[in-house]
Design a protein around this ligand. Structure first.
Ligand code: HEC
Length: 148
């Protein structure tokens, strides 16, 4: 009687320990995996667009919108210099203070708009068809900066 009881008790204890260990390991594994996954997902969700990645940092998100605007000077050098350095077709030359201050009398916004839409011999966007409005304005600013 005593031996039967103690062997049943032993079995019960063993089963309890075994299931506790199995359950414990199983849930511990799940917790670790889930946390790693969640960390990545959360990082991807909260990562600001176009943020700067530090060395060793896992980049989980394509930086959509990170493409920055080109500098006015670069756009000028590619798209505007041909006409605005030589004065082709009556283009006001860069550095010609009198010519540009006369243009500015109509207001800076109008000068911007004319550069974006084109006017007479001035082609639309100064031929920079993939320039955003802000990039055309930056190129205008560059010309104006060099014509004061
Ligand atoms: C094919 C030659 C040509 C190119 C290329 C060109 N321009 Fe012009 N631009 C002109 C001419 C010609 C005028 C004068 C138009 C007029 O008033 O008759 C002019 C005028 C302008 C004006 C004065 C507008 C106003 O309101 O008086 C701005 C600003 C200007 N250009 C900016 C630019 C910028 C910025 C670029 C490059 C992104 C550029 N242009 C490229 C020919 C050009």
């Amino acid at each position: 009687m005593n031996t039967i009881m103690s062997s049943r008790l032993k079995n019960l204890v063993l089963i309890t320990i075994a299931s506790a260990v199995l359950w414990g390991c199983g849930s511990a594994d799940k917790t670790v995996n889930l946390t790693a996954n969640q960390e990545q997902q959360v990082a991807a969700r909260i990562a600001p667009a176009g943020h700067v990645s530090m060395a060793g940092q896992v980049v989980t998100m394509a930086s959509a919108g990170a493409e920055s605007a080109r500098a006015g000077g670069d756009i000028y050098a590619v798209n505007c210099v041909a006409c605005h350095s030589s004065g082709v077709a009556g283009a006001p030359k860069m550095g010609d203070v009198a010519a540009w201050s006369a243009r500015l009398e109509q207001g800076l916004e109008t000068v911007y708009t004319n550069a974006i839409n084109g006017i007479r011999g001035m082609p639309m966007r100064g031929t920079c068809m993939d320039c955003s409005d802000d990039e055309v304005k930056a190129a205008v600013d560059h010309i104006l900066e060099g014509s004061k």
